[in-house]
Design a protein around this ligand. Structure first.
Ligand code: HEM
Ligand code: HEM
Length: 180
């Protein structure tokens, strides 16, 4: 089902936030053991992105707001059951499963950055510093697992609704179907 009518869904700041995060996360993950200065600078940059996204979730445009995409557990469960039957409804903004994934990603990244800063402050040689480093690495890897599930979700959802969600996160626009 193709249509010429498109509607603007993602504002420019959400899109810049997303693709900067993808780039910074990838390089921060790869430099963790190798290139400390770059690693920490990118880590702080990600921290800044997270603060921005938290604020934007309250004051940003409609689809950027948490209240637009955080659904109750019951509604999320119903969505997942529909998804398993291949009958999930299409959402213009984030769907309930995607919405929760975003919260988990933001939380896991916040913990990764916080324990990274703690490790740096305490020094890896001290006992607590070493423990903090382990926690930091745990959340970095946990974030990576979430990212894998996130990208899988994007692919499944794109297929199910015959739309290109990655393109939408680049252009900000989604096709508007006649029944919407
Ligand atoms: C989302 C952002 C971040 C990610 C994904 C990330 C990821 C990682 C990973 C995967 C490692 C383990 C490397 C290894 O030993 O194999 C690591 C180590 C480390 N990270 Fe981060 N990190 C982030 C932010 C930060 C920040 C903000 C700081 C401090 C300001 C920091 C400080 C450290 C330190 C001190 C280590 C230990 C390095 C070593 O083993 O010598 N990280 N990080
Ligand atoms: C190349 C890999 C990636 C692709 C193709 C991708 C794609 C997307 C797409 C299409 C959306 C919108 C989902 C929807 O339509 O509901 C989205 C949202 C999001 N993604 Fe990714 N993503 C990728 C990697 C990442 C990574 C590495 C992170 C975090 C470290 C991340 C975090 C997020 C967040 C937080 C959102 C919510 C955007 C917002 O409302 O602010 N993504 N992603």
């Amino acid at each position: 089902m193709k249509t010429e009518t498109e509607i603007k869904v993602w504002d420019p700041l959400v899109r810049i936030f997303h693709w900067s995060l993808v780039l910074a996360f990838t390089i921060a993950y790869l430099t963790g053991d190798e290139w400390q200065d770059v690693h920490e600078a990118l880590g702080y940059f990600i921290g800044g992105l997270l603060v921005f996204r938290l604020l934007w979730g309250f004051v940003g445009p409609r689809h950027a707001r948490f209240k637009d995409f955080v659904y109750s557990p019951a509604r999320t469960r119903a969505y997942l059951l529909d998804l398993a039957r291949g009958k999930a409804k299409r959402y213009l903004g984030h769907n309930p499963a995607g919405g929760w994934m975003i919260l988990f990603l933001l939380a896991s990244l916040t913990l990764t950055v916080s324990f990274g800063i703690l490790t740096e402050t305490l020094g890896e040689k001290s006992f607590i510093g070493d423990a903090s480093k382990e926690v930091h690495e745990f959340f970095a890897n946990f974030s990576l697992v979430l990212v894998g599930l996130h990208v899988l979700g994007v692919m499944v959802s794109s297929r199910l609704h015959h739309e290109n969600l990655v393109r939408a996160m680049i252009t900000g626009r989604k096709p508007l179907y006649p029944d919407e």
